[in-house]
Design a protein around this ligand. Structure first.
Ligand code: ATP
Length: 350
């Protein structure tokens, strides 16, 4: 696999405070990566540094084999051959959709500009809107035009900064899948920034979870969810609650919901306290189970029902049951555990 973008120990600072600290990752050609993290963790600063709008105080950014950012030396943004898609679409209001899309092709012949714009509009499914102006199409359509405009000059890398955050939830979900398909159809390489994990899961081949300027994990969406490297990632991604257990062996933990098998050997001291993360999909309804939990809260989500349950010891867990499993608040429900990926960390009191 060819690497297109590599960050090597990159740090960025405002007023001598590091907001991005020692960041390293790489993106292969044709891959879609996503930086995910809470507000203020440094995602946008990282994206701006890659685009060349932000200096770096240490490390190097290497794009297509060239050192485009090193300390005190920046290749200007327009020489990096990047495409950008912003949260607010940033279309030119006085230009038609066609002219917006061909805007970055000023050096091409008029015929070439027209045929590329037509091809890009077809790619994003908007060829019938070519003669309209941005205010004459919807927000979701405007964002697809912004993507077509960014892709038209065939940039080496597309950067997307919270591209769907101005759209309603339904459209966000649909458009994020569509954008993935469009980027893949073009063979484009992309880096997207978002604080919405569902969006990141829907779009990305690789996700980087950041917190306070530091990359916590760079991995596939599956591993980020099932094999979080630390408590921050475990808590930030998906839902779940930790319960306390005791290490019986490097693979076994005894808990109040039974003995749990790990999917690998852990580096635990025998008998030491371990915190286990239980996700809502790890807990199944089982009317015959001796383990009973009390229903504290329930949320109907359509196909499923999310229950907040209290275990006999008082610990709280969440469980996602098919929605025909209805149980009243205050009643008891039989449960069993089916966790095939153990997410566990030595408990901090140790
Ligand atoms: N121009 C600036 N001057 C000083 N500090 C800044 C500047 N821009 C951002 N910061 C600070 O740098 C940190 C990282 O900001 P950044 O915008 O990269 O975070 P983010 O993860 O993209 O957040 P959000 O999801 O809210 O956009 C924050 O603490 C922010 O307050």
């Amino acid at each position: 696999m060819d690497t297109l973008l590599r960050l090597e120990e990159v740090s960025c600072a405002y007023d001598q405070t590091n907001v991005v600290d020692n960041l390293s990752f790489h993106i292969n050609k044709g891959d879609i990566a996503c930086l995910l993290g809470p507000s203020g963790c440094g995602k946008t600063t990282t994206l701006r540094a890659i685009a060349g709008f932000e200096p770096i105080i240490a490390g190097a950014i290497i794009l297509d084999g060239k050192h485009v950012s090193v300390q005190k030396k920046l290749t200007p943004p327009e020489k990096r051959h990047l495409g950008m898609v912003f949260q607010d679409y940033a279309l030119f209001p006085h230009l038609t959709i066609r002219d917006n899309v061909s805007f970055g092709l000023r050096k091409a012949s008029p015929a070439m500009r027209r045929s590329t714009a037509a091809k890009m509009l077809e790619l994003v499914g908007l060829e019938q809107y070519a003669n309209r102006y941005p205010h004459e199409i919807s927000g979701g359509q405007q964002q697809r035009v912004a993507l077509a405009r960014a892709l038209a000059p065939e940039p080496s890398l597309i950067l997307l900064d919270e591209p769907f955050s101005n759209l309603d939830v339904d459209l966000r979900r649909r458009l994020s899948l569509e954008v993935r398909d469009i980027l893949k159809a073009q063979g484009a390489t992309a880096l997207m920034v978002t604080h919405d994990q569902e969006e990141a899961f829907a779009v990305a081949d690789k996700i980087g979870v950041m917190n306070e300027g530091v990359l916590q994990q760079w991995d596939t969406p599956y591993n980020i969810y099932h094999e979080p490297l630390n408590r921050f990632v475990a808590n930030f991604i998906g839902q779940g609650h930790f319960i306390r257990g005791k290490a019986l062996s490097p693979e076994l933990v005894e808990t109040e919901v039974g003995i749990i098998h790990g999917n690998r050997a852990y580096n635990w001291v025998a008998d030491s306290p371990i915190d286990i993360l239980l996700r809502p999909d790890d807990i199944l309804p089982d009317p015959d189970s001796p383990l009973q939990a009390k229903v504290l809260q329930k949320t109907f989500t359509g196909a499923s029902m999310l229950f907040k349950l209290q275990l006999p010891t008082g610990s709280i867990v969440e469980a996602l049951f098919p929605s025909h499993n209805d149980h009243e608040i205050g009643t008891s429900v039989g449960i069993r555990l089916e966790a095939d990926h153990l997410v566990a960390f030595p408990s901090p009191t140790q």
